[in-house]
Design a binder for this molecule. Sequence first.
Ligand code: SF4
Length: 233
Amino acid sequence: MRLGRSKAHKTEIQILLEMNFQAKWPGERGLLPVRLLKEYAYCPRYAYFQVFLARSYVTCSMRAALEVEDPLARLDPDSWRVERGVYVASRRLGLHGFVDALLVRGRLVKVVEAKALTRVSSRALRGRLRHVMAQAGAYGMCAEESLGLTLTGVVIVGSNGVVEEKVTPAHRRYVESLARGLWRMVIREEDPGPRPRRECGYCVYGDVCRAVGLRPSSGLGWLARLHASSSSS
Ligand code: SF4
């Protein structure tokens, strides 16, 4: 069975709802978006700026992906039931979000992540796309906790095809350590420092990152300096 061509899986509103965590912060511990965990896995300082600067929640590439008619069209769920746009949450990890789709069979579940504009492969998911695996694994662990299902794997639907991966105990530990690191960063307001890479040239926080510098900084003093310099210029 192949999926029909319904409209995009996740709306811009859902993304904004996910990212609307600052209203709860500081104060009572809320839940952070799984999307933020993905960004933390990609570059911790990027996630740091997302929390404390929040320049743009919905990036150009996210908008372009939302324009794709049906990012899950390549998915062949076989005998699994497809549930799209499901809200999942984990108190243990302190994370929540809307997963693109779940494949459910009995008490088993697989997480489906759509990366409509990205070429995916098993090798890439262990290297340059490790943050995508982290995101999918985190959604899966949230689904286990909030829906009482057992996670068996993740399915990434890319521009070139579909890749399915098992979720190993080592991957679960990786997600848990990312969640701990993310929460520590948020609670302590600790700048984790930059993780320079070729893509820094396209980073929405590139100018801020250069201004803050190469060394990790503690506290939010840089934010006041940044504000002072922008209002005096
Ligand atoms: S410019 Fe590079 S190091 Fe700085 S926040 Fe962006 S991705 Fe991270």
